[in-house]
Each structure stands twice: as C-alpha cells, then as structure tokens.
Design a protein around this ligand. Structure first.
Ligand code: NAP
Length: 261
C-alpha cells in the first residue's frame, strides 16, 4: 500500500522528474527534506559526512518506497570532495535541478573564550561549505538555464545569541550570499532562497532543549518546538515550479518566534 501511494505521488508530485542534491541529509532537517523531495517525485543524492549507516538507511527507505536515491560521503568544507560529489550526482542521477545547502554545525562558546578553531570550524562548514557547494552546482545549472537553490540559514542570523557569535555570523553570511546569488543568477533562471528555522527538534538542539525548553517555548507564540517536516514542507514548495516567481527570499519557519507580544 505504501509503495503504491509513493508511486502515485511520484508520478503526480510537485518534484516529478527532478534531481535534488541535499547536503547533510543523513540526520535531522536534511533527512526530512530528502525524504519529502523523494515523496514528491524527485531523485535524491543524500550527502553525509560521518553518518554512513544513516545515509544508507535513508537511500534504502526511499528505494523501498519505489523512489530513486544514492548517497555520497563528502565534507562540504572541502572543495575537492564537493566537486567529486557533484560529478557523482550527475553521472549517477543524470543532472541536478535542485540544491539544498543544509549541512551545518554548532560550536557554542562565549566570545571571550572562543578560539580560532571554534570560529573557523563553524564558518568553514556552514558558510564556506554553502558557497563551495553552490559554486560546484552552478556551472551545471547555468548550462541547463534552470535551477532552484535553497540554503538553510537560521533565526540566529538576524537575532544572534549568547555563545553563538560563530554560528550567527555564518548564518548571516548565508543570508547575504543568498541575496547576491539570487541577483546574479536570475538571468540564468536559477532561483536562490533561504529558509531560516527557529528551534527544530533535532540532535543539534537536544542539549539546549534539555537545558531550557520551557524558556524557549515562552518565546514561541505557537507554543511548540518545530519538527524537521515543518522545514521540509517549505523546502519542497520552494524547490518546485509553484515557487517559480520567488527568489532572493529568506523565509522564517519558527512558530512566530521573535514576534512582539
Ligand atoms: P543535525 O541534526 O546536527 O544534522 C546535521 C547534519 O549536517 C548531519 O546530517 C551531518 O552529517 C551534516 N554535516 C555536518 N557537518 C558536515 C560537513 N562538514 N559535511 C557534510 N555534512 C555535514 O542538525 P539539524 O538541526 O538537522 O540542522 C540542519 C541545518 O539546519 C543546519 O544548517 C543548521 O544550522 C540549521 N538549523 C537548524 C535549527 C534547529 O533548530 N535544529 C535551527 C536553525 C537552523 P553527518 O552526521 O553525516 O556528519
């Protein structure tokens, strides 16, 4: 029954016949995006860095449902590895229509104690990794005169946070990169948007949720922590032709976090 349902949506889905590359798709938000894209009919390249078994299990899950997927290990901060991943995606799945730059890390520390390593690791993975992956896909998308790029930013980009200097700066950089790329690539019919999640229930937020869940909920008008599917739903829309007139936007998915009371 599940396989039949999947077959039906994959021939009618909003991402039918599309190929997507999703970075950091082994866990959390990236995993939910990859699965949602597959449900909507896309073939998916599942990128991972350390979590090989989880990435392979996602490929299996998509294939069991009747979809097409492959996985590839690459550290997004390493340009050569990213170039190899992009070449692999095109040879294995035929093309790249959609790119989601989702891979990200946190390394919280108060600024006075933050060493250069903690700064560079976060900026290199989150911001440089996004630039490098976009650049690697661009030449291919420009030739095809078609593409949708979705960068995963954060509420921290505009609101910052204690201990978040490296992370917030990396996400602020993603917002600026998204806008500049949208302007530059519009003539090639490549749309570039970003999603800025609030607090989403993943491994990344486990610690902060354990420490301060009630406090966080007080700042969320919808009074709940988000789930990865909340981000995946918007990513599928932005990736699709339904969003064909939307570019250069940074869209919040945060339950109203940060709105006035
Ligand atoms: P997560 O559960 O910790 O998952 C992070 C993912 O990124 C994993 O799949 C991990 O792969 C991958 N990754 C990390 N470093 C990588 C690298 N150098 N190269 C390739 N992949 C790498 O985090 P998440 O909560 O899903 O976060 C996903 C994105 O959403 C991040 O950009 C994060 O900043 C952003 N975000 C999250 C929240 C939230 O509340 N959760 C809020 C705002 C923004 P491996 O496990 O294979 O190493």
């Amino acid at each position: 029954m599940a396989a039949y349902h999947f077959w039906l949506v994959s021939i009618m889905g909003i991402l039918k016949d599309q190929v997507a590359l999703v970075t950091g798709a082994s866990r959390g938000i990236g995993r939910a995006i990859a699965l949602e894209f597959a449900r909507e009919g896309a073939s998916v390249l599942v990128n991972y860095n350390n979590s090989k078994e989880l990435a392979e299990s996602l490929v299996q899950e998509i294939e069991d449902l009747g979809g097409k997927a492959a996985c590839f290990q690459a550290d997004v901060a390493q340009e050569e590895q990213v170039d190899e991943m992009v070449a692999f995606t095109i040879s294995e799945l035929g093309k790249i229509d959609i790119l989601v730059c989702n891979a990200g890390v946190v390394k919280d520390q108060l600024m006075g104690f933050m060493n250069l390593d903690e700064w560079e690791q976060v900026v290199k993975t989150n911001l440089t990794g996004t630039f490098v992956t976009m650049k690697a896909c661009l030449r291919h998308m420009m030739r095809n005169k078609k593409g949708s790029i979705i960068n995963i930013s954060s509420i921290a980009a505009t609101r910052g946070g204690r201990g978040h200097a490296n992370y917030a700066a990396s996400k602020g950089g993603i917002n600026s990169l998204t806008i500049s790329a949208a302007i530059e690539l519009a003539p090639k019919r490549i749309r570039v948007n970003a999603i800025a999640p609030g607090v989403i229930d993943t491994d990344m937020t486990e610690r902060v949720q354990n420490l301060a869940k009630e406090e966080i909920l007080q700042n969320i008008p919808l009074k709940q922590i988000g789930v990865p599917q909340d981000v995946a739903n918007l990513a599928a829309f932005l990736a699709s032709e339904k969003a064909s007139y939307i570019t250069g936007e940074i869209i919040n998915v945060n339950g109203g976090m940060g709105l006035g009371s």
